[in-house]
Design a binder for this molecule. Structure first.
Ligand SMILES: NC(=O)c1ccc[n+]([C@@H]2O[C@H](COP(=O)([O-])OP(=O)(O)OC[C@H]3O[C@@H](n4cnc5c(N)ncnc54)[C@H](OP(=O)(O)O)[C@@H]3O)[C@@H](O)[C@H]2O)c1
Length: 439
C-alpha cells in the first residue's frame, strides 16, 4: 500500500451517491489491492440530514453544507453527485480551486459549464473526471480518451437515453402509444416522474456534447446541437419502418466534416436499418458506436443509468483520482485541445429522410406534395400510404415519402410550402434515415 489513507468527500447520497458509498465499502479490499492505495469516506454532504435513506451511514459523517467538504484540508478528493447546475458548479469550481481532484456524473453541468471548468482544471493542474456523465456503466469516456487515442474519429452514433429507448421499444414491440409506454416505464422505475428531458431529447443532447468534446477535443455548448425528441412518434411510424426494413431509435449523431473543420451534432429520432447492431439495442440499454480510422467500427453496449452501473463508473474515476493524488502532475483528466472546431449548422446537414403527412382522403394529394418536393430539388425514393382514423366528417390517410439525400434546410423550406396545402393536416413527422457510412 502506498502512503497514507486518502480521504474522500462525497456530495450527494441519492440514487448514485448511495450506490457509490456502498460500492466503496463493499469492494474496499479489491479496490485497495488493485489500486495499492487505501481510502476512507470522510464526509458526506446531503440536502436534508434527517431524511430516511436506504443506505446505512454513520450519521456523524453527514453535513448539509457542501462547503464543509471543500474547506476540509484533510479531504483529498471530492465526488459531486448532487445534480443540478447552480450549486454543483459552485462546488466543483471551489474544489478545483482548492486543488482537489473532482469526480462528477453531472452531464447537465458539463454541457453548461464544461468549457469553464476544464479551463480551470487546466490552469490549476487538477483533474476533473466524468465517466458516469455519459452512458452510465458503459466505459466510453476513458475509452475515447485513452484506449482509442490513436484514432481520427469519423463518427460517433449512439443510443444514450434509456428512458426514450424503453418507450420506443415498447411502442415497437408491444404496439403501445407513447403515453402508455411512458407510463409503463414510470411504473417500472425506468423513467423519472418528470421525464421531459428524456422525451424531448435534451438528456441525450447533454451526453452528445460530452462525446463530441472527447472525440474531437472541442468544448461546445448547448447552442451547438440540434435536438428533436420523440414526442411526435406514433405507432403507425413503426409499422412503416418495419415494412421498409428499419427500426426507430433516438440517435445522437456526431460527425466531423474535415473540409469545413466543423462538427455535425444532432439528436433526432431516426430510421436505423434492421441489420445494424444499434437496431437491436432495446429497452433501457444504451449503445455507442465509434468509428476510428485505425480501429474501424467499435460498439460499446450496456446499462446507461441506474444506481449500480453508474456507481461502477464513478468509483473507476475515484481510483484515477486517487492515483493522481499519489502522482501529482500527471493529469489524467480531460483537456480540450481543439477549441477552433465549430458546429455545422443543422440546415447544412444531409441525410435521406422519412416524412409522414396526415392528408385528407382525396385525389391529387400525392401529386401536389411531390410537385413541391421537386420544386425544391428533393428526390423521392418511394411513397407509401396507410388508412388513418375517420374523424366523423372526413377520412384521412397517413402518407409517407421516403426522400433521397437532401439538406435539412432545403427540406424545411419544402415542408413550409407543403404545410400550406389545404389537403395536409397537422405537423409532418420527419425522421432521419441514418446510412452509417463512416466517412
Ligand atoms: N440516477 C442515475 O441513474 C444517473 C446516471 C448517470 C448520471 N447521473 C447523475 O448523477 C447525479 C446524481 O443523480 P441521482 O439520481 O443520484 O440524484 P438524486 O437521487 O436526486 O440525489 C441527489 C443527492 O444530492 C443531495 N443534494 C442535492 N442538493 C444538494 C445540495 N445543495 N447540497 C448537498 N446535497 C445536495 C440530495 O440530498 P437529500 O438526499 O438530502 O435530498 C441527494 O442525496 C446527477 O447529476 C445525475 O445527472 C445519474
Amino acid at each position: 500500500m502506498v502512503g497514507e489513507t486518502l480521504q474522500i468527500g462525497l456530495a450527494g447520497l441519492g440514487t448514485v451517491g448511495s450506490g457509490v458509498y456502498e460500492a466503496l465499502l463493499r469492494n474496499r479490499d479489491l479496490l485497495e489491492a488493485r489500486a495499492q492505495i487505501s481510502y476512507q469516506v470522510r464526509r458526506i454532504a446531503v440536502r436534508d440530514k434527517t431524511r430516511k435513506r436506504g443506505v446505512e451511514v454513520d450519521e456523524t459523517l453527514l453535513t448539509d453544507d457542501w462547503r464543509d467538504l471543500v474547506d476540509d484540508d484533510e479531504i483529498d478528493i471530492v465526488i459531486e453527485l448532487i445534480g443540478g447546475t447552480t450549486e454543483a458548479y459552485q462546488l466543483v469550481r471551489a474544489a478545483l480551486e482548492k486543488g482537489k481532484p473532482v469526480v462528477t456524473g453531472n452531464k447537465a453541468l458539463l454541457a453548461e459549464y464544461g468549457s469553464t471548468l476544464f479551463r480551470l482544471s487546466r490552469e490549476k493542474g487538477v483533474p476533473l473526471y466524468f465517466e458516469a456523465s455519459c452512458g452510465g456503466g458503459i466505459p466510453i469516456v476513458q475509452s475515447l480518451q485513452h484506449s482509442l487515442i490513436c484514432n481520427k474519429v469519423s463518427a460517433v452514433v449512439g443510443i444514450i437515453n434509456g428512458t426514450s429507448n424503453y418507450v420506443l421499444t415498447a411502442m415497437d414491440k408491444e404496439g403501445l402509444s407513447l403515453r402508455e409506454a411512458l407510463q409503463q416505464a414510470q411504473s417500472l422505475g425506468y423513467a423519472e416522474p418528470d421525464p421531459l428531458l428524456d422525451i424531448n431529447g435534451w438528456d441525450a443532447a447533454h451526453k452528445g456534447l460530452i462525446l463530441a468534446m472527447l472525440a474531437y477535443g472541442a468544448p461546445l455548448g448547448s447552442e451547438a446541437i440540434s435536438v428533436t425528441g420523440i414526442e411526435h412518434i406514433e405507432p403507425v411510424d413503426f409499422s412503416f419502418a418495419r415494412r421498409l426494413g428499419y427500426t426507430i431509435k433516438l440517435l445522437v449523431v456526431i460527425r466531423y466534416h474535415e473540409r469545413r473543420n466543423a462538427l455535425e451534432l444532432r439528436v433526432q429520432p431516426s430510421f436505423v436499418p434492421q441489420q445494424h447492431l444499434l437496431s437491436k439495442v432495446d429497452g433501457v440499454f444504451n449503445a455507442i458506436a465509434v468509428c476510428g480510422d485505425i480501429v474501424g467500427e467499435t460498439i460499446f453496449y450496456g446499462r446507461g443509468a441506474g444506481k449500480n452501473p453508474t456507481s461502477s463508473a464513478v468509483v473507476g474515476d475515484v481510483v484515477l483520482a486517487m492515483r493522481e493524488c499519489r502522482l501529482p502532475g500527471y493529469h489524467t483528466g480531460f483537456l480540450p485541445y481543439a477549441e477552433g472546431v465549430k458546429a455545422l449548422p443543422v440546415e447544412a446537414t444531409e441525410t435521406s429522410c422519412y416524412v409522414r403527412f396526415r392528408v385528407k382522403d382525396c385525389h391529387g394529394v400525392i401529386a401536389s406534395i411531390a410537385t413541391i418536393f421537386s420544386q425544391h430539388d428533393i428526390g423521392i425514393a418511394a411513397t407509401s400510404s396507410a388508412e388513418g382514423e375517420h374523424d366523423g366528417t372526413e377520412g384521412w390517410n397517413h402518407l409517407v415519402f421516403m426522400l433521397h439525400v437532401c439538406c435539412w434546410g432545403q427540406l424545411q423550406e419544402a415542408l413550409g410550402d407543403i404545410r400550406k396545402l389545404p389537403t395536409v393536416v397537422g405537423e409532418p413527422v420527419v425522421l432521419r434515415i441514418e446510412s452509417f457510412q463512416t466517412s
